[in-house]
Design a protein around this ligand. Structure first.
Ligand code: HEC
Length: 130
């Protein structure tokens, strides 16, 4: 390796550090629940009452029984109040739907590992439920 490579290698390392720092900075405390919802859930759900997509409307879901939105063809895992959506149950469901309701039809959805992100999404769902 010639001496000229030194600055290039150093530059590359600095760029790498900058990238890592930028990614870390994009996930601060005080997460944006709406943004997280939009990224992870909105393909299939809205929070508008009666606006069912691939998944049921999540308007007012916090505190209600599962399977309660009229006109939705729920799986038997969620139909007829099989589960009550309190915050703890929602948290587990968003982390891993099958852990709460084996055989549910919320597919493909792979779960959110971050407890902070789940909490932010649940807070957003609560706020948007009136
Ligand atoms: C790929 C589409 C898809 C994605 C992405 C998705 N869901 Fe679902 N969700 C569904 C479907 C379909 C159902 C109905 C499942 C059933 O009947 O078993 C459902 C059901 C639910 C229910 C139960 C509602 C009720 O009325 O009982 C909750 C709560 C829920 N989803 C929350 C979420 C949240 C929060 C996210 C994002 C973190 C999310 N879902 C992402 C498709 C999806």
């Amino acid at each position: 390796m010639s001496d000229r490579c030194g600055p290039l290698v150093a530059g590359g390392a600095a760029l790498g550090l900058w990238l890592v720092a930028s990614i870390a900075a994009a996930q601060p405390a005080g997460l944006d629940g709406q943004l997280l919802f939009n990224n992870a859930c909105r393909t299939c759900h809205t929070v508008k009452a009666d606006d069912n997509r691939l998944g049921p409307s999540l308007h007012g879901v916090v505190g209600r029984a599962s399977g309660a939105v009229a006109g939705v063809n729920y799986s038997s895992a969620l139909a007829n109040g099989a589960v009550t959506w309190d915050e703890a149950t929602l948290d587990r469901f968003i982390a891993n739907p099958d852990a709460v309701a084996p055989g549910n039809g919320m597919k493909p959805y792979s779960g959110i590992a971050s407890a902070e992100e789940r909490a932010a999404i649940i807070a957003y769902l609560k706020d948007s439920g009136d």
